[in-house]
Design a protein around this ligand. Structure first.
Ligand code: SF4
Length: 729
């Protein structure tokens, strides 16, 4: 067992930088002067939408980053966060050199070491762990493309356990829910055809606040063309403000509304009879199932008037099939999330929108072959049957389950690689478990550009260079137009930072696994791949973005025979796989828990200036939004004697308290709820801007509901109260 003290990377290890100012310290220029302007293609990494962009420099100094006009992800325009890319490059608090945990005189601390020393340590620990427990006991947590290089490394070593928190803490329920219904998920970017929608239904969505670029642009286009927007949210969100109908639903009752909408569509005969007869199975069971759930029943659960439920169902039917009931993106809420996503999938099937203009289109990507190399060895055991045996319908890693199976001397997982994901602020209410896992693990390697809470538990911290300083894999996402985009370095890596592909290759060679990295430099891989599809690295360095012709049609043809990848080959309104695995084959409503007296539903969301906690310390974006605030209804504010601008601490029913956070009194939130933007409340000293500002919602989540089908963490079932705070942080 390795007891690890939580280590804050001291400012002394990273300070003394060349960037002089806290704010406005970036060397961005308002306009180019008479200097030499040069451009470099890149792909924005400020969130995971991956918009293609161009980095402009003047006389070798960063000037600005702008959207690529040929790119369908951004249509030539970056969002607020995307324009902050230079801030990430210039952040004075970046990780600068490899760090190794050492114990000197009974005190643990991080010591700056050479890359060789860091790699030697990791290789020694990997080999010792492999000899002692087996080579299949390492796990990878990653968010972002660079993680694929470590995935290759661990697979070559013999470990296949990996997880992206973007599954179990975000999109997983909809991918499983839609997969059970249509035989395939929604994908990312989402295959939503909003530009052609005549009616869009958003349920608890962050669109407009979480700026997934092309989604927001297409939604605005649809609204300009007269589409009807229906927004279901306890909060008057940005999207709600653009809506024909805002349904301020009681938190946790969305399933009741969805069942009532199905009830109306079926009982009023408003569903797409031809589409359902041609493509679906299970209408009979669904019809019987939804009979009790009429709008009058739903009113008592949701607080939404029966007339509104009927009117909105009819509006959806009137615009169908160009009606999109949006599947959402961050959909891990109450633990019944796969079932709620199933209900959304079913509603879309009744409206005939899957495969139709204005609903969901068929995606296509470029057929880019992988670089030739040996197949990784088969792991000694099937980690999924050990780590997530209770979730047989899930084919990918469930991050919270991997943590659970890393705790204790007899845990299956013995070592972690953590790439670009700050687990304590990502996995709700799991800081103590992450700490317990850190005490049990034989090795923890953290790879990132910035220090964060997770780096405090690492044995080794490896500084990655930012996206403006590196090549990465080609962006090749399934979408409407198959498109490749190139990210290439505009600058030499600052300090001693390095790209992920270089780190993985170096480790592979030291482990005797060099044959899995059969190239000298990653440009060789990119050029080889591009040549297989009639392009080249030289061409992409010039173009940045290249579009390819589609090979399939984006929509179903009239009367087309379609075989869906489900057991029946049809759209399954009644999910046979759920029945086979002991789950409800039709979505069932479970009333949510209500907050204790004096407590409120804790709702959280996004803001246009930040991506989770990753960008808070970015000097450009910090200037735009330096702290979060807690939205409080005037009735709750009166009860707690609060005014806008006061500071409070949030306290959950277990007595856990947040940092102080500023109050915003507003009628835009229900009286039984509060709302906060996620990502603030950092505790790591080395993030000198972000540390201590605002409150962290994830740390307050005391009532995390595990989805019984996909294992993810439902994060909207927690409660907080408001404790008036003085001026001290
Ligand atoms: Fe960058 Fe914004 Fe695109 Fe995300 S949506 S990749 S932050 S420009």
């Amino acid at each position: 067992m390795n007891r690890r003290d939580f280590l804050k990377i001291s400012a002394a290890l990273g300070a003394g930088g060349t960037l002089p100012t806290l704010l406005g310290g970036c060397a961005t220029q308002p306009l180019p002067g008479s200097g030499q302007v040069s451009t470099t293609p890149t792909v924005c990494n400020m969130c995971f939408w991956q918009c293609a962009a161009t980095l402009n420099q003047e006389d070798g100094r960063p000037w600005k980053v702008v959207g690529h006009p040929d790119d369908p992800h951004c249509d030539g325009r970056l969002c607020t966060r995307g324009t902050g890319g230079i801030g990430a490059y210039e952040d004075r608090d970046r990780l600068r050199q490899p760090l190794l945990r050492v114990n000197e005189g009974g005190q643990q601390r991080f010591k700056p070491v050479s890359w060789d020393a860091a790699f030697d340590f990791i290789v020694r620990r990997m080999n010792e762990t492999g000899e002692r427990y087996g080579k299949d006991r390492l796990a990878l947590f990653s968010h972002g493309g660079g993680g694929d290089h470590f995935h290759r490394l661990l697979q070559a070593f013999g470990s296949h356990a990996y997880a992206h928190p973007s599954f179990a803490q975000c999109r997983g329920p909809r991918e499983i829910g839609f997969g059970l219904t249509y035989g395939e998920g929604v994908g990312s970017p989402d295959r939503t055809d909003m530009a052609n929608s005549r009616c869009i239904v958003l349920i608890g969505s962050h669109i407009g606040e979480n700026l997934h670029n092309s989604q927001v642009q297409t939604m605005i286009r649809a609204l300009d063309q007269g589409a009807t927007l229906i927004t279901v949210d306890p909060r008057f969100s940005v999207a709600a403000s653009k809506s024909a109908h805002w349904l301020p639903i009681k938190p946790g009752t969305d399933m009741a509304l969805l069942l009532a909408w199905m009830n109306v569509l079926i009982n009023e005969g408003l569903y797409d009879h031809d589409y359902v007869a041609r493509y679906c199975t299970g209408l009979e069971q669904l019809t019987a199932h939804v009979q009790p759930f009429n709008p009058e029943w739903a009113y008592l659960e949701t607080g939404i008037e029966p007339t509104v439920i009927r009117a909105t169902a009819r509006a959806m039917a009137q615009a169908a099939p160009a009606t999109l009931v949006h599947p959402g993106r961050h959909v891990t809420w109450y633990g019944d999330d796969t079932q709620r996503s199933r209900a959304i999938a079913i509603l879309n099937a009744l409206l005939g929108s899957w495969g139709r203009p204005g609903g969901f289109y068929r995606q296509e990507k470029v057929e880019l072959p992988p670089f030739p190399g040996p197949k990784p060895p088969k792991p000694a055991s099937d980690w999924k049957t050990v780590v997530q045996a209770d979730f047989p319908l899930v084919g990918t890693g469930i991050s919270n389950q991997l943590v659970e199976h890393s705790i204790g001397d007899d845990a299956f997982i013995k070592g972690w690689f953590v790439y670009a994901t700050n687990l304590p602020m990502t996995l709700p209410g799991m800081t103590d478990k992450i700490k317990a896992a850190a005490e049990s693990l034989e090795l923890m390697v953290v790879v990132d550009t910035m220090p964060a809470e997770i780096t405090g538990y690492a044995d080794v911290v490896l500084p990655e260079c930012t996206y403006l300083e590196r090549y990465d894999d080609l962006r090749n996402k399934p979408e409407r137009t198959p498109t490749l985009a190139l990210r290439m370095p505009a600058f030499e890596p600052r300090h001693q930072s390095k790209p992920a592909w270089w780190m993985a290759k170096q480790l592979g060679e030291r482990l005797g696994l060099g044959r899995y990295f059969p190239w000298h430099d990653y440009t060789f891989v990119l050029d080889w791949q591009l040549k297989q599809v009639g392009s080249s690295l030289a061409e992409m360095q010039r173009l940045g973005v290249k579009r390819f012709a589609r090979k399939t049609q984006p929509y179903f043809a009239e009367g087309e025979a379609v075989r869906f990848n489900t057991p029946s080959g049809r759209i399954e309104l009644y999910a046979s796989l759920l029945a086979d695995t002991g789950h409800d084959p039709l979505p069932r409503y479970t009333p949510p828990e209500r907050p204790p007296q004096g407590f409120y539903h804790l709702n959280y969301g996004r803001a246009p200036a930040h991506t989770f906690g990753r960008t808070i310390n970015n000097p450009q974006l910090f200037e735009l939004m330096p702290e979060n605030s807690i939205w409080v209804h005037p009735s709750a504010a009166a009860l707690h004697r609060l005014s806008s601008g006061d500071y409070v601490r949030l306290e959950n029913p277990d007595g856990k308290r947040s940092n102080r956070v500023r109050v915003r009194v507003t009628e835009r939130i229900r009286p039984d709820s509060v709302f906060i933007v996620h990502g603030f409340g950092h505790t790591d000293d080395r993030q000198r801007l972000a540390r201590g500002v605002g409150a962290d919602d994830a740390a307050l989540m005391h009532n995390v509901k595990i989805d019984p089908i996909m294992g993810g963490t439902g994060m909207r079932a927690s409660f907080v109260t408001l404790i008036k705070s003085g001026g001290v942080s």
